[in-house]
Design a protein around this ligand. Structure first.
Ligand code: PEP
Ligand code: MN
Length: 303
């Protein structure tokens, strides 16, 4: 099956970008496009490979709440087969009066949990001036949905040696999403993972609408790995398992799932957070779906 993907793609443009060291980089194709690189890019999160046959599963709480909280969750998700620990230390919340994250100390708790479990860390960076600092604590730099259009931040992450997890803006088109990734790549960082995390839809019942069309569309347009966030994508823990499996079935390279040992006690995003017990169940179902679509899930740790 051949789909015409060139509509709206901008793939014919000659791309030219000035790198941090002053050199000018030119490419006849967008750096994110399959025309630029036909084979899929493998992103390496300090040994965890994203974009190969084995799926990546990133799990952890919305926010780091304490050293004990993140360590306990890290142990549980690690045992169930996750390989990357998520957790926000700086939280861009819709209301300035909501919990904004533990900040620097939260990143230290993440690093400590990573040291003990061997999980790699993905955490959000919200400020271009902090990219270098976050790099000391994180193995992968998350750019949140609200910052997908933050061009100084995209450029700064583009100058970093750490892989980037770029989340789609709440109302960004595929073209805008790919051009945001282009900003990162144009600065020299080709280690970019795209994350579909739901867009604003018509439903008042759910927080966001998970746009799974994005997965096969992007996989055909770009060589970059694509993962899915069913937690923000639905806003509802009860929908997370089904949409996680759907994401794998339609070709995602992995998922990122908000998980807590006691979801109701989560300081942020409690309604969309699954329990560590539910997560372990989900991992078993993921293994079955992965096999059906020619992928592989990371094996859980035998205890
Ligand atoms: C998050 O991952 O906790 C988060 C805030 O995600 P998003 O940027 O997709 O809303
Ligand atoms: Mn969240």
């Amino acid at each position: 099956m051949k789909i015409d993907l060139d509509q709206n793609s901008g793939a014919e443009e000659v791309v030219s970008a000035r790198l941090a060291d002053g050199r000018v980089r030119q490419s006849p194709r967008n750096l994110t496009s399959r025309e630029y690189r036909s084979a899929g890019t493998m992103v390496d999160i300090d040994g965890v490979k994203v974009g190969l046959i084995e799926l990546v599963v990133m799990a952890g709480p919305c926010s780091v709440e304490s050293a004990e909280q993140i360590l306990l969750i890290a142990r549980e998700v690690n045992a169930a087969g996750a390989t990357v620990l998520r957790g926000g230390a700086f939280k861009p919340r819709p209301s300035p009066y909501d919990f904004q994250g533990l900040g620097k100390i939260g990143r230290e708790h993440l690093r400590a949990a990573s040291r003990e479990t061997g999980l790699k860390v993905v955490t959000e960076v919200v400020d271009p001036r902090e990219v270098e600092l976050v790099t000391e604590y994180a193995d992968c730099l998350q750019i949140g949905s609200r910052n997908m259009h933050n061009y100084p931040l995209l450029c700064e992450v583009g100058r970093s040696s750490k892989p980037a997890l770029l989340k789609r803006g709440l109302s960004a088109s595929y073209k805008e999403f790919l051009l945001a990734a282009e900003y990162i790549m144009a600065q020299g960082n080709e280690q970019v993972i795209l994350c579909e995390r739901g867009i604003r839809g018509l439903s008042n019942e759910l927080r966001f609408t998970l746009d799974l069309n994005a997965v096969p569309y992007l996989k055909q347009r770009t060589h970059l790995p694509v993962i899915v966030d069913p937690s923000h994508g639905t806003g509802s823990a009860r929908l997370v398992p089904a949409m996680s499996l759907a994401a794998i079935a339609c070709g995602a390279d992995g998922i990122i799932v908000e998980t807590h040992y006691s979801p109701v006690d989560s300081i942020s995003d409690a309604a969309q957070t699954i329990s560590t017990v539910e997560f372990a169940e989900l991992m078993k179902d993921i293994a079955a779906v992965a096999e059906a679509v020619g992928r592989k899930a990371h094996s859980p740790v035998v205890r």
